[in-house]
Design a protein around this ligand. Sequence first.
Ligand code: CU
Ligand code: ZN
Length: 195
Amino acid sequence: MVARTFARKMRLRESALLVALLSLAACQQPAPPLPPAEAPGPEVAEAVAVLHPTEGNQVTGVVHFSRTAEGIRIEATVSGLSPGRHGFHIHEWGDCSAPDATSAGGHFNPTGQPHGAPDSAARHVGDLGNLEAGEDGMASYSRVDTVVAFSGPRSIIGRAVIVHAAEDDLTSQPTGNAGGRLACGVIGIAAPATE
Ligand code: CU
Ligand code: ZN
């Protein structure tokens, strides 16, 4: 009787040991390999640029970009402007580090086109026209654009939104004669909309 109990205890102890060894082996399974660093990631659905004033200015705002079936919806709210029109563009580099935001480079123009209006057949990808501020210095902008993109050569992700001191005349080359830069914001990937 005593011997049988001892044998059963041993079996229990052995099976516990076996379970421990097996789980240890499972822990040491190598992790699945990482996909290549350059593999395409998930598609971007939403992007955002927070506009910060350049040196000596007070212009702030937020620009939302959303992918829709018709194109990229661009919606902006900007404050601190003088009343009237202000050039509104996507510039080539997502670099707002210079006090006057010249570090953002020129208009984003990957297709080598002349400067134009947002609805012109020929335009820079970054040509969004003008904001129009009221007496309160506030401007709202809304447009669905089929030229800007979230991937490929016309991708605006990582580039910069610039608000200008003067009106974009939509014809002068290469900038629409829109004057200095009042605000700059880098376009980043935003969380998908929850509805
Ligand atoms: Cu500009
Ligand atoms: Zn342009």
